[in-house]
Design a protein around this ligand. Structure first.
Ligand SMILES: Nc1ncnc2c1ncn2[C@@H]1O[C@H](COP(=O)(O)OP(=O)(O)OP(=O)(O)O)[C@@H](O)[C@H]1O
Length: 390
């Protein structure tokens, strides 16, 4: 330090110089050299200084970057040359049939597996698996697994506060209360998880995952055990919270509401591959494949000629039609035989036969079985879908 000061003052008495009659330029040069020396010697300062002086705008950061990853447990790849990225605060839903690799993808992002190929980055830092990282999970990342992983012998309150520092006791307590409110478990704060139902345990795990305000949250079927009465409000509150705090979230789900209503984009997985990546509304309206459409509910593949005979489409060309897009009409060339009606709350789902093939549509009231009725569809829907269908 002394040699540094001597160098800085170019032979002047450093004490006099600093404490008394220093000119403006001397002070300026002293500070300049002082900061330069600090920057060289303390790496943390180097980092902080550059971030404060020249912060990178968040919209330029690609937060999560999954690059061409492949992974197998045994012979068959479970993740197969898969790539996608997520931006700051983006909510990405991952849908796909059971076994398509959604959970494995989340675990790979969390660093639980060593990839056979490809890389995963968070900002500019590579996420490495157990071969390089004994304790998986970085502090900026939280993963809510399907099996909750709660501490059985401590209270709900302590489970939620598990990762919060005891140094700021008041803040910690306020934060736990805020989260208990969000997951509506104030009355269970002192219970042990073993005395709670599966859905209540899942809510505790959700609150714990959010306690530290991670930069990225990985949610695997986060509402699967929670009753629909609570899920809607919880889902709204959770995603509002994530948006407010700009937390990036990847959510693996079977639930079409999770997949569509809150996500900025949706990834469709099939056999370890992402077969589609799109904004939810576009994805739903133009599913492109029967596989994608059927993730959102019952879907029909109907010969286009049956729906719009005058448009001159080839005889064997079919179009995907959701059940709510078909309606009964007085008279049309598209006639079906009614087989069964299922009450589904605000409508009936009706199973019919068209030329011996099953077909489903919705109607506000039951239709008598074994009658023949005419169906119709808005032509614009058909034309738009054909344009995008593979
Ligand atoms: N530990 C493991 N060892 C061997 N195979 C595994 C293991 N974990 C998962 N798999 C296999 O990897 C494939 C993908 O599983 P994964 O749990 O990622 O699917 P998923 O899409 O999340 O399914 P679900 O929706 O049912 O949770 C499945 O075929 C599964 O049997």
């Amino acid at each position: 330090m002394l040699s540094f000061l001597n160098k800085t003052q170019k032979g002047k008495n450093p004490v006099n110089h600093i404490s008394g009659a220093a000119g403006f330029s001397d002070c300026f040069f002293f500070l300049l050299h002082f900061f330069k020396a600090l920057k060289k010697t303390i790496p943390v300062f180097r980092f902080t200084q550059s971030h404060y002086l020249c912060p990178k705008p968040s919209y330029l950061l690609k937060m999560l970057d999954v690059k061409n990853i492949s992974f197998r447990f045994t012979e068959k790849p479970v993740l197969d040359t898969l790539s996608f990225s997520a931006e700051p605060g983006q909510i990405v839903s991952v849908i796909g049939e059971s076994g398509s690799g959604k959970s494995t993808l989340l675990k790979a992002i969390y660093g639980l597996y060593d990839m056979d190929q490809g890389e995963i980055y968070w900002k500019d830092k590579q996420i490495l698996g157990p071969a390089y990282n004994l304790v998986p999970g970085e502090s900026y990342m939280k993963y809510l697994a399907q099996d909750f992983d709660l501490m059985p012998y401590v209270s709900v309150r302590d489970n939620i506060g598990k990762f919060l520092s005891n140094f700021y006791k008041k803040e910690k307590s306020e934060r736990i209360d805020e989260l208990l409110d969000m997951v509506e478990l104030q009355d269970y704060a002192d219970e042990k998880p073993g005395n709670l139902s599966g859905g209540q345990q899942q809510r505790v795990a959700l609150a714990r995952a959010m306690a530290q305000k991670p930069e990225i949250l990985l949610l695997d079927e986060p509402f699967s055990h929670i009753d629909s009465f609570r899920t809607n409000k919880l889902r709204r509150d959770l995603f509002a919270f994530l948006r407010k705090k700009q937390i990036t979230c990847i959510i693996a789900t079977h639930d079409s509401v999770d997949a569509l209503s809150h996500a900025d984009k949706t990834l469709v997985m099939k056999a370890g591959k992402i077969i589609r990546e799109d904004q939810p509304e576009r994805l739903y309206n133009n599913p492109e494949s029967r596989y994608t459409a059927s993730l959102f509910g019952e879907v029909n593949e109907i010969p286009i000629r049956a729906l719009v005979p005058e448009a001159g489409y080839p005889e064997n060309q079919r179009v995907l039609v959701y059940t709510h897009e078909l309606h009964l009409t007085e008279k049309s060339g598209f006639r079906v035989r009614i087989k069964e009606c299922y009450f589904e709350g605000n409508h009936y789902l009706i199973r019919a036969l068209y030329r011996g093939e099953p077909l489903f549509f919705e109607h506000h009231s039951p239709v008598p079985e074994e009658t023949t009725v005419s169906l119709a569809i808005d032509e614009k829907v058909v034309k738009e879908r054909i344009k995008n269908q593979k």
